[in-house]
Each structure stands twice: as C-alpha cells, then as structure tokens.
Design a protein around this ligand. Structure first.
Ligand code: NAP
Length: 248
C-alpha cells in the first residue's frame, strides 16, 4: 500500500544521509518530493533523476535553510512547481563539535542558524498554505542529544533541544487547524555526519545501544513515513526516538 500517493513533500538537506533516505522511501510511497541541498549539486541531481524514474515528481533546489529570505523564495517556487505542500520535513543540519572551552562564537552561531533557525524559517514559510488547506504534517529532525545532552556538542544539543520546544509550541498553535507537528530524535545513524567521529566514540555509541547496531537512514525514513501519513492522524507534539533503545 502506498501511504503518500500524490502528496507534495518538502525535505531540507536531502542530497545525502537521512534526508536522501526519506526522499527515497517517500518516493516509493508515491509522494512528489521537492528537496534542498546547500552545496552538493551533483548528488542532488542524481537523486532527482532516481526519484523521477520512480514515476513521481521530484526536484532539487539549492537553498540555504538558515536564510529566511531563501526559505520564503524556496517555498514560493515549490508552490509554483508542485501546486501545494502537504508535508514539511526540516532535516538539514550540521555539527561543529568542540568542548565548550574551545568552541568559538562562529561555531555556536552557525549550528544554531542552520539547525534551529532554519526550522523557524521553513515552518513560517509553509504555514499559510497549510492553514488554508486545513491540513499538514511538519516533522523536525531533532536528536537524542537534544534530549540528553552530549559533551563536546553544547551548540548542537542546544539547537536540537530548541527544535523540540519549537515542535511542541507549533503543535499547540496549529492543532486546531489540523496541522500536526512532531519531532524525531534519531540516535546513532550511520551517515557522512557520523563518519567524522573517531572509532572509539563510535564503538561507545554502539555498546550503549540495546539493539547493538547503528541505525540506517531508512530506519529514520520509516518513522517519518508514519508521521507524514494519515496513519499518525491523531499524533502531534511528540518526540519519537529512533535510536535502537539508546535512551531507554
Ligand atoms: P549529513 O549526511 O551531513 O547530511 C546533511 C544534509 O543537510 C546534506 O544534504 C546537506 O547538503 C544539508 N545541509 C547542510 N547545511 C545546509 C543548509 N544550510 N541548507 C540546506 N541544506 C543543508 O547529515 P545526516 O546524518 O543525514 O543528518 C540529517 C539530520 O539528522 C540532521 O539534522 C542531523 O542533525 C540529524 N541527526 C543525525 C544523526 C546521525 O546519527 N546521523 C543523529 C541525530 C540527528 P549539502 O551536502 O549540500 O551541504
């Protein structure tokens, strides 16, 4: 059964990793997928082609999620190209890890702007359309680190915790208009983002996971599929951990 047949979806940061996995799973469920990247044009165009070959409408857009103006222009362009927006997935994110002692102001600011302010930018930009259609699902890609904290990631953890507060507030504000807003908190998911970690840290994460493995982009995408589709019609304001039991 295709769960998103004909739905129009925007995903930020889908040129690789979790965003790409979401685009692939959503495409296989019949969704039309508009997605962004910041610099990886070649893989983004490859994904656009792969999705189009599945028989859905797909388009890659270069857009910096941290920019309010670019996000507004992106949403206007997607509305023109796709004719509507049913689902927004705020997935774009970066890390700039360091102990607080060594963390510079620029490392704090860029992580907050790309991970957290982007969520404000994009949610605000799609809000009017979703309000008019009296339906929508917004999914914010937080992290277990936003729930629990992590040494060396004060900037990242603050951005991800901020996303949870934002998610719950938007769920309260927009619930009466049938717009749902939920967060996903992935644990250790094997992507380019986690490739940067040293082996000792990675082993530490794996040892701490009850399911004894890192997650895949598809594991996260399947949780997104639930939150994007009508299967979760009565679910809003929640944080769904996709972490192999890490926070249990
Ligand atoms: P990734 O492999 O590093 O991919 C990040 C994606 O975000 C890329 O497509 C990148 O595009 C895009 N991006 C970066 N800056 C952007 C910007 N300013 N505007 C638009 N797009 C931008 O990361 P990932 O592991 O898939 O992570 C995806 C999300 O899940 C992030 O929010 C991350 O914090 C969260 N998460 C990941 C894990 C994990 O273990 N991997 C765990 C918890 C949460 P370009 O290549 O063009 O820059």
């Amino acid at each position: 059964m295709k769960l998103l047949e004909g739905k129009n979806v925007i995903i930020t940061g889908a040129s690789r990793g979790i965003g790409k996995g979401i685009a692939q799973v959503f495409g296989s469920h019949g969704a039309n997928v508009a997605f962004t990247y910041s610099s990886s044009e070649a893989p983004a165009l490859e994904l656009e082609k792969e999705l189009s070959e599945m028989g859905v409408k797909a388009k890659a857009y270069k857009s910096n999620a941290a920019s309010f103006e670019e996000s507004e222009a992106l949403v206007a362009k997607v509305l023109e190209d796709f004719g509507g927006i049913d689902v927004l997935i705020n997935n774009a994110g970066i890390t700039k890890d360091n102990l607080l002692m060594r963390m510079g102001e620029a490392d704090f600011d860029s992580v907050i702007e790309i991970n957290l302010k982007s969520v404000f930018n994009m949610t605000k930009a799609v809000q009017r359309t979703m309000l008019k259609q009296r339906k929508g699902s917004i999914i914010n890609m937080s992290s277990v680190v936003g729930v629990k904290g992590n040494a060396g990631q004060a900037n990242y953890a603050a951005s991800k915790a901020g996303m949870i507060g934002f998610t719950k507030s938007v769920a309260l504000e927009l619930g009466s208009r049938n717009i749902r807003c939920n967060a996903i908190a992935p644990g250790f998911i094997e992507t380019e983002m986690t490739e940067k970690l040293d082996e000792k840290t990675v082993q530490g994460w794996r040892d701490a996971i009850p399911l004894k493995r890192g997650g895949s982009p598809e594991d996260v995408a399947n949780a997104c599929l639930f939150l994007a589709s009508d299967l979760s019609a009565y679910v809003t304001g929640q944080v769904l951990n996709v972490d192999g039991g890490m926070l249990t």
